[in-house]
Ligand binder design. Structure first.
Ligand SMILES: [Zn+2]
Length: 279
């Protein structure tokens, strides 16, 4: 049983105490994606593609409470130096962007573009910079230019002022584009910015299909792919890297009793960049 809802202290005599004590520190976050370990994907060690993946808050209760029970295999230890409130966001937007980048073919020094500077993107830029990539931030307008550079971007492309694909080609072509925007048009507009053998990795989910010129992909042997978060050990390594390299999420906190207000701010897109409930 974990206290402080989705990310927090292990109750002293909870089900997972033994596991807890075996790890550094004893804080551990939510059970995100417990698995059954018997399907074909699990038997191959590909736990992320388990056909019985369950998600906290969707498939079983958790998060909106002071205590939750979580399956042992879905827990990740939180480094002592990391604040529980920060860790909460790193366990969703953090692991998605960090794990997406580290599983790409990008190597230190490669040109890595992050499209969108929101909940996912502001972390993606930090991870790309801290992982040693030449980092490009893409966003509409110039409002976020300064913030992008502060997060670690080496270049900023205002997609309203210039064609993002051409701008990326001017920089040599992107080895990796991590796109976080939920707009199929915006995603399509950057595919032409991929360099040879480049990969566009989508972690945002647009409602509509993305129109892609396959000829362009064939010519440069590039690809368009998707990525979803990770396993418990991916979450733990995200937290460890974030603590090591001082990756800081931008969040607003709300008391648990103000959950209604937090929900409204989130749904009206006013929250910067994520709402975290504290007990
Ligand atoms: Zn499975």
């Amino acid at each position: 049983m974990a206290r402080r809802h989705a990310c927090g202290d292990c109750a002293p005599y909870g089900h997972h105490y033994g596991v807890c004590k075996a790890r550094r520190g004893n804080r551990k976050p939510r059970g995100l994606t417990p698995r059954r370990f018997t399907c074909e994907a699990c038997r191959r060690g590909d736990f992320k593609n388990c056909d019985r993946t369950l998600v906290t808050g969707l498939d079983f209760d958790g998060g909106y409470a002071e205590y939750l029970t979580a399956p042992r295999e879905a827990l990740a230890a939180v480094p002592d130096e990391l604040d529980a409130v920060d860790a909460a966001l790193l366990l969703c937007a953090g692991v998605t962007t960090f794990n997406g980048l580290r599983n790409s073919d990008g190597r230190p020094g490669d040109l890595v573009a992050v499209q969108g500077i929101g909940g996912l993107g502001h972390l993606g830029i930090q991870y790309a910079h801290r992982a040693g990539f030449e980092t490009v931030a893409l966003s509409r307008g110039s409002d976020k230019r300064e913030a992008a550079h502060e997060l670690g971007a080496d270049h900023y492309i205002d997609t309203e002022a210039e064609d993002p694909a051409e701008a990326l080609q001017d920089l040599g072509g992107a080895d990796v584009i991590l796109t976080t925007v939920p707009s199929s048009e915006a995603i399509a507009s950057v595919v032409g910015g991929l360099g040879d053998n480049g990969d566009l990795i989508a972690v945002g989910t647009p409602g509509d299909p993305v129109e892609v010129n396959i000829q362009e992909l064939i010519g440069s042997r590039s690809s368009v792919s998707g990525w979803a978060s990770g396993t418990a050990i991916d979450s733990q390594e995200t937290l460890e890297f974030s603590a090591l390299r001082d990756v800081t999420p931008d969040i607003e906190t709300f008391d648990l009793e103000d959950v209604g207000e937090a929900y409204e701010r989130m749904m009206s897109n006013e929250v910067r960049f994520r709402a975290v409930l504290v007990p």
